[in-house]
Design a protein around this ligand. Structure first.
Ligand SMILES: [Zn+2]
Length: 325
């Protein structure tokens, strides 16, 4: 009995051990399976992530390519339009006789000096006399006389409307040109609310006015006349949204120029000669390159009266006089 009992005991112990062993085996295999499943799941996720990353990279590469292509297309277009401009200029024979004049100076360099402080390494004191808003039949002839007497050349920024309103002004324009002064573009109307609605440049109106003015100048000075120099009415720096118009002007080889000294003949009401000279001394403080803003339109008699003093002062200080191209 005792033996049988012991045998039974051993048997049940063996059974328990076997059961535990199976349990452990099942547990291990389930862990392995679960682990494998999880791993494959992770791998799957990783693959999906990786492929989506690749897709994204491809997409951004495509975007980069598109941007690159479009930008390179643009530069090709730019180059084409520049070549066309050069071709047009060549086809149009002469741009402006003053362009070949050694007395003229690249207005782009001067504008860069004015606004970006890029120095011109010639160490020369140069004065650019500029007259805006003309021609007038009353003031421009007096200014021309003073310039002639002093053998000085200047740059005149013409408003085309003045030529149409007073046909006699066309003869004065022609005379100005013949005397070797530079004729430049100051738009057709000089109308701020049309050119700059709400203080922002209207690109289409502005360009249309530049071309309209150009055509009127050509009708007086001949088909071969082309003025490359522009002055924004009120100055380039005064208006918003200039980036777009700057691009258009560049495409058409136009250059614009502001000023770094003035005589105050368009500030407030009429001024005496003495007041203008005082203002001149306030703003001209020995700039190596001085672009002096003056006006030769109707009512600016004092400007004509102050001009002999201004020229002699600049001469005494060692300045030479050049025009802008
Ligand atoms: Zn003006």
């Amino acid at each position: 009995m005792k033996k049988k009992k012991r045998y039974n005991k051993t048997k049940s112990l063996m059974g328990r051990v076997r059961a535990v062993f199976f349990c452990v085996l099942i547990l291990i295999s389930s862990i392995v399976i679960t682990n494998r499943y999880t791993q494959s799941g992770l791998e799957k996720t990783k693959v999906v992530q990786a492929s989506s990353e690749i897709k994204q990279e491809n997409r951004s590469e495509n975007l980069i390519n598109m941007v690159y292509e479009s930008s390179s297309n643009n530069s090709v277009l730019d180059m084409n339009s520049k070549n066309n401009n050069i071709k047009k200029e060549n086809d149009g024979e002469v741009i402006n006789s003053v362009d070949q004049d050694s007395n003229s100076f690249d207005s782009e360099k001067i504008q860069n000096f004015l606004t970006k402080n890029i120095r011109i390494e010639d160490n020369k004191k140069i004065a650019f006399l500029t007259f805006d808003d003309g021609p007038s039949t009353t003031v421009t002839p007096k200014i021309l006389n003073t310039l002639k007497e002093n053998n000085v050349k200047a740059t005149f920024f013409i408003v085309g409307k003045q030529l149409e309103e007073t046909p006699e002004a066309k003869n004065i324009l022609l005379e100005t040109y013949k005397q070797g002064h530079v004729i430049a573009n100051h738009t057709y109307s000089h109308n701020y609310s049309k050119l700059y609605p709400h203080g922002r440049v209207d690109v289409n109106d502005f360009m249309a006015e530049v071309e309209q003015n150009n055509n009127i100048l050509k009708s007086v000075l001949g088909e071969n006349f082309r003025s490359r120099v522009i002055r924004f009415p009120g100055g380039h720096a005064s208006w918003k949204g200039v980036a777009e118009i700057d691009k258009k002007l560049e495409d058409k080889s136009y250059k614009y120029i502001d000023w770094n000294a003035l005589i105050g003949d368009s500030e407030g009401g009429p001024k005496t000669k003495e007041q203008l000279i005082k203002r001149y001394h306030q703003t001209f403080v020995g700039q190596e390159k001085v672009v002096l803003l003056m006006h030769d339109t109707y009512g600016k008699q004092s400007t004509a009266e102050a001009l002999p003093y201004i020229i002699s002062d600049l001469k005494n200080k060692g300045y030479e006089f050049r025009t802008l191209r």
